[in-house]
Design a binder for this molecule. Structure first.
Ligand code: PLP
Length: 395
């Protein structure tokens, strides 16, 4: 393969580009994970990630992808035959449901059209109908990465409380955390699942469960047979900064620096940056005369924008042309929307010029792929950015 000049544009909705500072932090020599130096690193990493989840309760870190942390969340509190209520926001909600079924859990779906986040009212109605409290948990995907829709988690909590239902609230914020606001304690979430490779700007490889006191208590006497995923084993030894097995040491170096960077920028500034870039992206999509997949106002994702192709046009062909000619990776459509949508990731370590470059890559690729569209989306996005000054930058 010959050399390709310039930086690759990794504009998929995770893994997101890893900042050089984080890469440098990770290139440190491995240390003894049972020695005193490690304890300091372990405590720092655990405390750092709690600030991002906005929790004073426990967070456990697994050397696993997000899927592992999904399984851990289910295995620690549910038993075979237990019923859970899930909401069909898209591909990832569907995968989580399939996993629950494989584990023997009776997973009930509230159907969705993949164009919005969860509807808290429907959840409330279903819970009101469950007078016997057979539903043990409500599972919702915060940011549905396959569609670019956000579920209103605080509303879901309010709905559960309004129904007077004791089910646990379990939230997948694998692609939300660190990019859009998430408040574990304030929103009364019982278990949250996340991963390293999205808003936290790390490579893939570690994942998280934030665990509330009620869920931890339930796990002590309940849950499925488990060993590797057991929260209590983790929590006990984490108290001193250690792990029950060999941790992903260099990922923890990266995590500490990534969180430092996030706190230096400010979480609110980061969230506002993501919203601003998402709004500029949607303005570009509209100017191209294309359609944003999420059609529920207020549920549009700050993390990514999924774009519907005109009928009869292949999203995969467009993405292939974008990669071949402009060295940009765009996200593919998954399962039900395969080849029908492409996804523009605008999360993590990006700035205005990264976004404009990415949108220019899309506009050029639309032309190359022969997709009918109106020109000028990039200009419209630029104007949006010019009209809406970034927070933290003097006008
Ligand atoms: N849930 C969501 C919302 C995701 O975006 C992903 C991955 O993109 C997953 C779950 C699965 O995580 P992983 O691929 O890290 O196992």
């Amino acid at each position: 393969m010959s050399h390709v000049s310039g930086r690759h544009f990794l504009q998929i909705p995770g893994p997101s580009p890893v900042p050089d500072r984080v890469l440098r932090a990770m290139s440190a020599q491995v240390i003894d994970h049972r020695g005193p130096e490690f304890a300091e690193l372990g405590l720092k990493a655990l405390s750092a990630v709690k600030t991002i989840f906005k929790t004073e309760q426990h967070v456990v870190i697994y050397p696993a992808s997000g899927t592992g942390a999904w399984e851990a969340a289910l295995a620690n509190v549910l038993q075979e035959g237990d019923r859970v209520l899930m909401y069909e926001t898209g591909h990832f909600a569907t995968l989580w449901k399939k996993m629950a079924e494989k584990l023997g859990v009776d997973a009930e779906f509230i159907g969705g059209d993949w164009r919005s986040g969860a509807d808290a009212n429907q959840i409330e109605q279903r819970l009101r109908g469950d007078a016997q409290h057979q539903i043990k948990a409500v599972c919702v995907v915060h940011n549905e990465t396959s569609t670019g829709s956000v579920s209103p988690i605080a509303d879901v909590r309010r709905a559960m409380d309004a129904a007077g239902h004791p089910a646990l609230l379990m939230v997948d914020t694998i692609s939300g955390l660190g990019s859009i606001d998430f408040r574990f304690d304030e929103w009364g979430v019982d278990v949250a699942v996340s991963g390293s490779q999205k808003g936290l700007m790390l490579p893939p490889g570690i994942s998280f469960n934030a665990v509330g006191h009620k869920a931890l208590e339930m796990s002590r006497t309940g849950g499925m047979r488990r060993s590797y995923w057991d929260w209590q084993d983790m929590v006990d030894i984490n108290a001193k900064g250690y792990f029950p097995y060999t941790p992903a040491t260099n990922m923890l170096y990266g995590l500490v620096d990534a969180v430092d960077m996030m706190l230096e920028e400010g979480l609110d500034t980061i969230f506002a940056r993501h919203q601003r870039h998402a709004a500029a992206t949607r303005a570009a999509v509209r100017a191209w005369d294309l359609e944003v997949l999420c059609n529920h106002q207020g549920h549009e994702s700050g993390v990514l924008t999924a774009v519907l192709m005109p009928a009869g046009q292949s999203a995969d062909h467009l993405r292939a042309e974008a990669l071949k000619h402009y060295n940009i990776s765009l996200g593919s459509g998954l399962s039900k929307v395969a080849d029908k949508v492409f996804r523009i990731g605008h999360l993590g370590d990006i700035n205005d010029l990264t976004l404009i470059g990415a949108l220019a890559g899309v506009e050029l690729a639309l032309e190359k792929a022969g997709v009918a569209h109106s020109k000028g989306g990039v200009g419209v996005a630029m104007q949006h950015l010019a009209d809406n000054v970034a927070p933290g930058i003097a006008a």
